[in-house]
Design a protein around this ligand. Structure first.
Ligand code: MV4
Length: 512
């Protein structure tokens, strides 16, 4: 087993990996940019190495600097987390060539699945069902038109070097094909430096269901069940759950076997995820394989009882997976991504200082977060601050628990996606599990229209108390309005309790 692991990431996932290391008795090394010098993951690690300025291109994406840091501190392995360098074949190769262990799949598997056309070729060879389409990039619009005739419109143009929805274009009529192909190629070139585009039959209104797999270095490849990821906005997943209301034990077994076959065909080792489309007839199609640990891994951990990150580390160190082939989910888990975006304002990024953060707790509540009271949220990195995850015995209880936990969550100082998630948990269609990939785009307008503030009294109270407290510290003696506000000035001196806050709010805001 490793004695020291370097975590080549930041925020909540860096903290998550550091916690896994601590529980395994492994020393952890954080890396951080100028912007993250005070970040929680830096404090929690046993050691920390500064790797550059705030810009990711000058810090978290500087693979050679990260490998140098690992050597400098004597770490035997590097965990990339997700995003950043986690799916860069060259980085996995550089780590291995430097005599260190990359906690993830072999560079060859990243390459095989990184190209979506080669992923499709692999899947077809392994007998995995894929959407009708090409396995080579299109030459030109004429070829695309010929192929479209074989399975009819609508079709979907996709970037071969892509994934995650970038460079995709739905084409519903032949007349739009040439222009859409040009647009898709341009976008692919800009996003991935490779304008190769292929075509698939567009599956209307499916669910986006993915299978978590984990493979060791001794030939064991296991499915850990599915995650429902249909609640997405512009290809950003917002809410994930496990299991899926649309997956029976029999379908779970079939999808699991299919994902395992795709992983074996790629020579896969460690944790990975196979993405599928699941249509209304219960037919499923392999889309792509994500060769990394995913943001939404906690919902799988909660329904299987398996600590995925610890097993990533143990598998990378050569341990065998001890689990039975058939792993059935127990209970239900839901994850909401808490982002620094303003749902009432087109999800525009919100920046600033988190003046106060009150976390939910109680039965079945998990917070995987990388921020705290006093954290400053900027624009350098992804807007996801944390994930709020709940587990309960049934889906209805999990929805109720998530709603309760979101109401307890209080973040004063920046706008977040919290209110949006509350509205989704209150939505009848969501409560029935009546969701598919277009559901959120269709329902968004009514899910984000600002309603009269309802429980913002607590947040207002805390903000008021903080401001009053700050005023008190900075107030000039005898200044006008010195006694403004809460009547009993002594209250602000006392450590703020929830009751006080409500009282201050009540008095100040006039309880509604
Ligand atoms: C598709 C599809 C429908 N038909 N392919 C989205 C990103 C990547 N994971 C693959 N994705 C899709 N591929 C075919 N042939 C639907 C999706 C898809 C999606 C598409 C548009 C808007 C939102 C979406 C959310 C999940 C999946």
């Amino acid at each position: 087993m490793f004695t020291k692991v370097l975590v080549a990431n930041r925020g909540e996932i860096a903290l998550r990996i550091i916690r896994a290391c601590q529980e395994l008795g492994i020393k952890s090394v954080a890396v951080y940019s100028d912007a993250d010098a005070q970040a929680p993951h830096v404090r929690e690690a046993d050691e920390a190495v500064h790797i550059g300025p705030a810009a990711s291109s000058e810090s978290y994406l500087r693979g050679e600097r990260i490998v140098e840091a690992a050597k400098q501190v004597g770490a035997e392995a590097i965990h990339p987390g997700y995003g950043f360098l986690s799916e860069r074949e060259w980085f996995a190769r550089l780590v291995r060539d430097s005599g260190l262990v990359f906690i993830g799949p072999p560079a060859e598997a990243i390459a095989a699945m990184g190209s979506k056309t080669s992923a499709r070729q692999l899947a077809i060879k392994a007998g995995v069902p894929v959407v009708p389409g090409t396995t080579e990039p299109l030459r030109d619009a004429e070829e695309a038109a010929e192929i479209a005739k074989t399975f009819g419109y609508p079709i979907l143009l996709k970037a071969a070097a892509g994934g995650g929805g970038k460079g995709m274009r739905v084409v519903r009529e032949a007349k739009d094909l040439a222009a859409s192909l040009d647009a898709a190629k341009r976008e692919a070139k800009n996003a991935f430096g490779d304008d190769a585009v292929y075509v698939e039959k567009y599956i209307e209104g499916p669910r986006h269901v993915e299978i978590q797999i984990i493979a060791d270095q001794h030939g064991t490849v296991l499915s850990l069940g599915e995650r429902e990821c249909s609640v997405q906005r512009r290809h950003q997943k917002m809410i994930e759950e496990a299991p899926s209301v649309a997956v029976s034990p029999e379908l779970r077994r079939r999808m699991g076997e299919t994902a395992v076959a795709a992983a074996r065909a790629a020579g896969y080792v460690n944790a990975g995820t196979c993405e599928f489309l699941l249509d209304k007839n219960g037919d499923f199609y392999f889309l792509e394989m994500n060769t990394r640990l995913q943001v939404e891994h906690p919902v799988t951990e909660l329904v299987t009882g398996i600590d995925l990150v610890q097993w990533q580390i143990r598998v990378a160190a050569g341990e065998k997976l001890p689990f039975p082939d058939e792993i059935q989910p127990r209970g239900w888990a839901i994850e909401c991504r808490i982002t620094s975006e303003d749902p009432a304002n087109g999800f525009l990024p919100s920046t600033g200082r988190i003046e106060y953060l009150h976390l939910p707790a109680g039965p079945g509540v998990r917070w995987d977060g990388g921020v705290e009271s006093g954290s400053t949220v900027g624009l350098h990195y992804d807007p996801m601050l944390a994930k709020l995850i709940v587990w309960a015995a049934t889906r209805d209880q999990a929805v109720a628990r998530m709603h309760r936990a979101l109401k307890e969550l209080t973040i004063v100082g920046i706008e977040t996606s919290r209110e949006f998630h509350l509205r989704v948990m209150e939505d009848a269609e969501f409560q029935r599990g009546d969701i598919e990939i277009q559901w959120l785009e269709r329902r968004l307008p009514e899910l984000v229209t600002p309603k009269a503030p309802r429980d913002s009294v607590r947040a207002a109270a805390i903000a008021a108390a903080l401001l009053a407290d700050r005023d008190r510290h900075t107030r000039r003696p005898g200044a006008a309005g010195a006694n403004r506000g809460n009547g009993g000035a002594s209250r602000v001196d006392a450590p703020l309790s929830g009751a006080d806050a409500w009282v201050i709010a009540g008095r100040r805001e006039g309880l509604r």
